[in-house]
Design a binder for this molecule. Structure first.
Ligand SMILES: Nc1nc2c(ncn2[C@@H]2O[C@H](COP(=O)(O)OP(=O)(O)OP(=O)(O)O)[C@@H](O)[C@H]2O)c(=O)[nH]1
Ligand SMILES: [Mg+2]
Length: 443
């Protein structure tokens, strides 16, 4: 899902990271890459245009340009804008305060309505609801057989409409409503007919259901494989019957993501679920924010940036980073870094936030125990200024004195010194530099 888009966007982000400083020129290049990535993912051109412009304005803001980590800031802006076109905050499916809640699923033929009815019911059962499934298709009486089979497979309740009922649709719907209330089903999930094109007959049928059942949610089911067509038909359904939310199906295929990235902006309705396979457990609550991070592919590095900016003393961090780069890093600095890390959250937590694949792979495997960080601070406090600046002078008897002073075993003093020296050594390696240049303590 979104693989191609993700790959291209990540290329643009890597380009920016490599640039260090953000200038109007390299920003223009990055924006060109972003624009192309979106257009190739079949995102509505107007959505792309607005998106790129918003990023440009935000990225060239002084606060970003002169910040400690400009490239990362821009990445964050792209991520946030992406989340915002995917729907900003996730919105939950609305349940009625006076049950039954009624969810009516509409959409073009083959978009995945019937399958999604089953998935939605299964999802409702997973948190203790007692849903009832019904199929309302006046033209294809056989349509309800498919849903009936699904209900049987998933052990769900199914309301069967008789031929007799189908010939008096308004009465049938009233009876359905009464039945649902009397038996205490919650929610009622209504499958509807699909057509290749939206026609008057279908609309009349849907109006009837809408007017009598008064659904809590009218959910448009769109096939993401059909790209902008799904967006266009969503717009038409919205005009003709009014929608409250969206389920996007078939995001497991090689859909380029264009539908997902345009549909919210174009219809103004939130995506609430995505279907990622034919099976009934291939159904996810949609989180715009997580999806945006997934597309940008930065793991949770962005939350690390937020956390760091919130907690750390940025000036000191900057100074430490400068020293790290210049290899002037002393044990005193090591201690300062430990203090900063404590402020940002534990070191292991920070390492956990890094993606395990890619350039950070090796780093996230380093094993640092949080308690040890506290002990290390105590040990470094027991050293003299000279020792901190020149750890090589710390011989056996000095180690013994430091151990006594800090109340820690000599073995731990040895270990600290060893780790400090290893850290310095690692910094010479490019992998570690890469890590540092992505962390807020760089530059
Ligand atoms: N790969 C994949 N296939 C899906 C998904 N959702 C539905 N399908 C498949 O799409 C096809 C059509 O699904 P249906 O649920 O019958 O679609 P519908 O909208 O009810 O179709 P009509 O009632 O004919 O309008 C079926 O083969 C489903 O298995 C999905 O998320 N991923
Ligand atoms: Mg169907």
């Amino acid at each position: 899902m979104f693989d191609q888009l993700a790959e291209r966007l990540q290329k643009a982000m890597k380009f920016l990271r490599g640039e260090g400083k953000i200038t109007e020129k390299n920003m223009a290049e990055a924006l060109r890459m972003i624009r192309l990535a979106f257009l190739e993912a079949d995102v509505n051109y107007r959505v792309v245009k607005d998106f790129v412009e918003r990023i440009r304005v935000k990225a060239l803001d002084e606060k970003v340009l002169f910040s400690l980590i400009p490239a990362q800031q821009v990445i964050k802006i792209v991520r946030d804008e992406l989340a915002s076109i995917l729907g900003q905050q996730e919105r939950k499916l609305k349940f009625s305060s006076s049950p039954p809640s009624i969810f009516m699923l509409v959409g073009l033929q083959g978009s995945g309505k019937t399958t999604s009815c089953g998935k939605l019911a299964k999802w409702a059962v997973s948190f203790g609801k007692n849903p009832l499934l019904v199929s309302f298709d006046l033209k294809r009486l056989a349509a309800q057989e498919q849903l009936k089979m699904i209900a049987r497979t998933l052990s769900l309740h199914f309301y069967e409409m008789t031929k007799e009922q189908m010939s008096h649709p308004p009465d049938a719907l009233q009876e359905l409503l009464k039945f649902t209330k009397n038996r205490g089903y919650e929610p009622l999930i209504v499958d509807t007919a699909g057509r290749l094109h939206i026609d008057e007959e279908l609309m009349e049928e849907l109006h009837l259901v809408r007017d009598i059942l008064n659904p809590t949610e009218t959910i448009y089911v769109g096939d993401s494989m059909t790209g902008q067509d799904a967006v266009k038909s969503a717009q038409l359904f919205e005009e003709k019957i009014g929608l409250t939310s969206i389920i996007l199906t078939k995001l497991d295929g090689d859909a380029r993501g264009g539908a997902a990235l345009s549909i919210v902006s174009v219809t103004g309705k939130p995506i609430k679920f995505i279907g990622t396979g034919e099976k009934f457990d291939k159904f996810e609550v949609f989180h715009p924010d997580r999806m945006a991070s997934r597309i940008i592919g930065m793991g949770d590095i962005l939350s690390l940036i937020e956390k760091a900016e919130e907690k750390a003393d940025l000036e000191e961090v900057e100074e430490l980073a400068r020293k790290l780069h210049k290899q002037e890093f002393t044990l005193e600095d090591f201690k300062k870094q430990i203090v900063q890390m404590k402020r940002m959250g534990s070191f292991s937590q920070i390492l956990n936030l890094l993606p395990t694949a890619g350039p950070f792979g090796d780093i996230s495997k380093i094993d640092i125990d949080d308690k040890k960080i506290l002990y290390y601070e105590a040990i470094i406090n027991s050293m003299t200024q000279k020792e901190k600046e020149n750890p090589k002078m710390i011989n056996g008897s000095r180690r013994l004195r430091i151990a006594k002073g800090s109340g820690r075993p000599v073995a731990e003093v040895n270990q600290l010194l060893k780790q400090f020296l290893e850290m310095k050594k690692m910094m010479k390696k490019s992998q570690f530099k890469k890590l540092l240049s992505s962390l807020p303590m760089s530059r």
